[in-house]
Design a protein. Structure first.
Ligand code: 0RA
Length: 649
């Protein structure tokens, strides 16, 4: 074999080893499920590229009973000929060499091969095994890899009369810990989004892990317009048709195209999703700012021209209230702020999106004056409501100062002033609050008892004044000391870097009421202090469900399974030892020492960290669970009832 071959195969091995050693750098966190699922997107992206190139109308994803996953497309099939530089099949090069995907085919706007980033080889490296099956030129080709290394060369194993590629892989569980199972909901949400963004692409997901296989199919001929319609599914749209804007501009780097769908509803939130070459940019970027500028100037311009404005102009926030929009940019050579592509920074995109949107939306308003008037009226209303909320909040702030220092009287604060080590427990009820105050480590743990059910802010979204006047909510805002409200441009809005405590720990009883109170608190935090959640400051305390005792030995159990395990352990060889079982219904039943020992001691406690996979889904969940619509809630609960394992009736 040539020296070149030896050199490149060493390079391949080193590359695979690097991925196995530092999976986090290539695929995201290997513990919390993000890298595990990233593996799927990486493999699917290759097939999406094959669709973008016009060669496959459909992609099948199968969750197999052995916990492997298969992705099948009906495209041209990965090339199988010997690659001249490497002396092995092109397929093997794609499967083993980092970043090889893009080099074989230089059509623009590829999702994979340098855009998402790492390519299928990185997934191969972290898989116990990966199989590739290629139907091409009438022949079925097959190759297996283990930990990224070929078990044998690509082999011909049969004949076929179709074309396409199937890649199956089983994640290596020595690399992925904690979350080790593929999550159907997460996969479904993401792939549904993929099919919205690729009008006409059929994506079929087969979950074959349970006895009863589950198949879900996504095919949206309407693309982005259907995406927006679904974002507004539970809202009252203000205009029947989704507005669709398409444009393209030539740049030095090649053509940049813009596709935008938008619709206003009677909602109070805004949700604008941004994509570059089918990849979500969750922090927006230049397409987002171009769109925002165009919206503000277009709507203000129209309102002025028609004499609809009374006082000053409408703010960006006002015109975006109730807006659902998806903007998808295709760019031959985009730049992002980081590896994870969360934010687009290509500066030329601002002007392109701005111009395209300004022109086309202006035309739409001229042709649809009734809709335009409704949109302006909605923005005027938003502007008034915002002014009222601002006044209510200022009043709250002033009152806080009058009461002395601003900290609420019910707060038992901690001694430390270093927020990084400080924790605040939001505790249900005064009696549990009392135990927590006595039991805590007063150096770093503060206790804020909250009385009864706090206000359901989901039902008061349109009445912000009422939210800010609520006693328990004022108390929370003042204790946390970081402002309130999710619009960073607003003075007094929530700023996570001002938090007085880096851990906000919700501690409620382990019963249905406790779960309800916890949800009310989370709803408030999500609607008014969202970064506290998204930046990982919110936790849920886990009080024990049982105390088990035998003689002087006593242990705590946090679940029924654990109760059974510990009971067996305490019994030892004597099946008749009668073990004392105390079921805790409320935090109040524990004395301060027990509460500290089981739930609050940082050295031994377990807590759940609140995380969010998908902001739109979370929004929808709060809307359904906490909002006004009873039939919707019933349907949601019925749908998820089978997932509920722990009902206490
Ligand atoms: C490189 C070149 C060609 C196709 C592909 C890659 C390809 C890769 C994957 C990965 C999953 N499915 C895929 N389908 C195709 C084009 C080869 C030709 O010109 O025929």
């Amino acid at each position: 074999m040539s020296d070149d071959y030896t050199a490149s195969s060493i390079q391949v091995l080193e590359g695979l080893e690097a991925v196995r050693k530092r999976p986090g750098m290539y695929l995201g966190d290997p513990h919390d499920g993000s890298a595990l699922h990233h593996c799927i997107w990486e493999v699917v992206d290759n097939s999406v590229d094959e669709h973008l190139a016009g060669h496959t109308p459909r992609i099948d994803i199968t969750l197999n009973p052995d916990h492997s996953l298969s992705v099948r497309d009906y495209g041209r099939g990965i090339p199988v000929g010997v690659h001249e530089d490497y002396g092995v099949s092109a397929a093997e090069v794609i499967m083993t060499k980092l970043h090889a995907g893009g080099k074989f085919d230089n059509s623009s706007y590829k999702v994979s091969g340098g855009l998402h980033g790492v390519g299928v080889s990185a997934v191969n490296a972290v898989s116990e095994w990966m199989d590739v099956t290629i139907h091409r030129s009438g022949i079925i080709h097959f190759q297996r890899f283990e930990a990224g290394i070929p078990v044998a060369p690509l082999a011909e194993i049969g004949t076929c009369d179709d074309t396409g590629t199937t890649i199956s892989f089983k994640p290596d569980l020595s690399i992925f810990t904690e979350v080790t199972e593929f999550e159907f909901e997460q996969i479904n949400t993401r792939l549904k989004e993929t099919s919205f963004l690729n009008a006409g692409l059929q994506i079929v997901i087969h979950d074959e892990r349970a006895e009863e296989p589950h198949v879900v199919e996504h095919l949206y001929e309407g693309g982005l317009a259907e995406f927006v319609r679904q974002l507004n599914e539970r809202k009252e749209a203000m205009h029947e048709d989704v507005i669709v804007i398409i444009g393209e501009k030539e740049t030095e780097k090649g053509p940049v195209s813009v596709e935008l769908a938008l619709q206003w509803s009677d909602a109070f939130s805004e949700s604008i999703l941004c994509y570059t070459n089918i990849i979500r940019n969750k922090d927006g970027g230049t397409h987002m700012s171009g769109l925002r500028t165009a919206l503000t100037s277009c709507i203000n311009g129209y309102a002025k021209k028609r004499n609809l404005l009374k006082g000053e102009g409408l703010s960006g926030e006002d015109v975006r209230e109730g807006l659902a929009a998806v903007v998808s940019v295709k760019h031959p050579d985009p730049s992002f702020s980081s590896q994870t592509k969360d934010k687009l920074v290509s500066s030329e995109v601002t002007g392109i999106v701005q111009t395209v949107v300004y022109e086309k939306l202006g035309e739409f308003f001229e042709e649809n004056p009734t809709v335009a008037k409704q949109i302006v009226d909605k923005a005027l209303l938003a502007s008034k409501a915002r002014e009222a909320a601002r006044k209510a909040r200022d009043l709250t702030r002033r009152k806080g100062v009058l009461e002395g220092g601003g900290l609420p009287g019910k707060l038992a604060d901690c001694q430390s002033r270093d927020p990084r080590e400080c924790e605040v427990y939001l505790v249900e009820g005064d009696s549990a609050g009392g135990s927590a105050k006595t039991g805590r480590d007063r150096r770093i743990q503060a206790i804020l008892p909250l009385r009864g059910k706090i206000l359901n802010v989901e039902r008061q979204k349109h009445n912000l004044a009422k939210v800010f006047q609520n006693q328990e909510i004022q108390t929370m805002i003042r204790a946390l000391g970081a402002g309130v409200g999710n619009n960073p441009e607003d003075e007094g809005s929530f700023k996570p870097d001002k938090l007085r405590y880096h851990k906000i720990i919700i501690m409620t009883d382990a019963d249905i009421d406790g779960a309800h109170i916890r949800t009310l608190m989370l709803t408030f935090l999500w609607r008014f202090m969202r970064p506290a959640i998204t930046e990982g400051h919110v936790y849920i305390a886990q009080p024990p469900l049982y105390q088990l005792s035998k003689g002087r030995v006593s242990k705590y159990a946090f679940s029924d399974d654990e109760r059974d395990r510990i009971t067996a352990e305490l019994r030892g060889d004597n099946p008749n030892a009668k073990i004392g079982v105390q079921r805790y219904k409320g935090l109040g039943e524990m004395n301060p020492e027990q509460l500290w020992e089981t739930t609050m001691d940082p050295a031994t406690r377990t807590m759940l960290k609140v995380t969010v996979q998908n902001a739109e889904e979370t929004d929808r969940m709060f809307e359904i669970l906490m909002g006004e619509d009873v039939p919707d809630r019933r349907a949601f609960i019925e749908l998820h009832a089978k997932e509920v394992t722990n009902l206490d009736i």
